[in-house]
Design a protein around this ligand. Structure first.
Ligand SMILES: [Zn+2]
Length: 53
């Protein structure tokens, strides 16, 4: 879904992409989380980002 307004686009990207993903159960967690909110595992990675679009 293309968004023309650059400000809205930045906000949307922020909320969609600035997440961390649990390697154990795949749950999305806040960027600053140190533990998974679902399985409480500590193996979190950043969600992959592609900011070109
Ligand atoms: Zn988890």
């Amino acid at each position: 879904m293309p968004i023309d307004d650059p400000v809205k686009r930045k906000i949307a990207q922020h909320h969609l992409l600035f997440k961390s993903v649990c390697r154990r159960c795949g749950a999305l967690n806040p960027l600053k989380a140190t533990k998974c909110r679902r399985c409480h595992g500590k193996d979190l990675r950043l969600k992959k980002r592609d900011l070109r679009k």
